[in-house]
Write a protein that binds this ligand. Sequence first.
Ligand code: SF4
Ligand code: SF4
Ligand code: FES
Length: 319
Amino acid sequence: MKKIKYTAKIKRYNPDEDRSYWQDFEVEVEDSLTVLELLMYIKDKIDPTLTFRAFCRSAICGSCAMIINNRAGLACKIQAKDKIKNGVIKIEPLKTLKPIRDLVVDQEPAFDKLKKIKPYLEPDPKVVPDNLKSESLVLPEEFARYDKQTDCILCMACYGQCNALKGDDEYLGPFQLTKVFRFIMDTRDGVDVEERIKLAEDHGIWECVQCQMCFAACPKGISSCDDILELRRIAKDTGEENIATRRAKFWFATVFETGQIDKFNLPAVAFGDEKGEKARENMEKEFRKRGLPEDEFGPKPFDGIDKFKNFIKKIEKEL
Ligand code: SF4
Ligand code: SF4
Ligand code: FES
């Protein structure tokens, strides 16, 4: 078996001193190791105090999620040699959860958010029989709508790299919102769609910035960002006047009038209350920080806008 030499740069956390620090470990190991096997080697041969979570070693239990070279993933699924850059592999705990020790993070806040969205099925008596003799049937095409989402192993890799959480630590999180989608799609669920959507709206679907990092991190190929887009569509269809409808109307009106999205006013109009005012203040602060003059906060119609408007009107007539 071929051996290779490199440096494992690991971010550690000492709870007694409340201190995070990087530590380099020089290793010469077989090139076939996974990142988890590399950590086990270091713990075994170099420093027994190195702390991390792991159990199944087969990408099933979800224990070993961490950040490897700035990307969240499962240590037991990733080959260490694929991640070595200039002789170094960088390993650190998930970013949006507090470390407890070294690579072990406190998952409780993320689980508490999961509890908020009713992460379970409340059987619909019209569909689910009340005795064990009859079956509760789900057609293959019905199951296909949420089949992928049931693969979630709650590893929190998506959560550990979510950009919306960096701006709002109360944001529900990607896997929690995927769970909302999964239960709305389940034909056996008796909870009203409106109720499930309401649970997903508070610090939820409207705060996602669609950066797709959750999809990039997920070891099971689940695209929470797409589930969130679907939830936004469902929210729009379930209410006459809500964040979704205000957002969609304003989005369309400004694109029609100017040919551009009014990024400055869109969050304020969509939220439409105190939260909207807060959003406007934050946007103003951000725009001023970037040196934009006030008259450039909103979009201005571009040359040829009338042609564009006529084009849109033509499409509307054809629909
Ligand atoms: S797409 Fe949304 S949920 Fe996914 S990581 Fe980005 S902000 Fe978070
Ligand atoms: S959605 Fe994917 S990354 Fe997120 S917790 Fe579930 S399995 Fe892990
Ligand atoms: S050890 Fe179980 S998922 Fe990695």
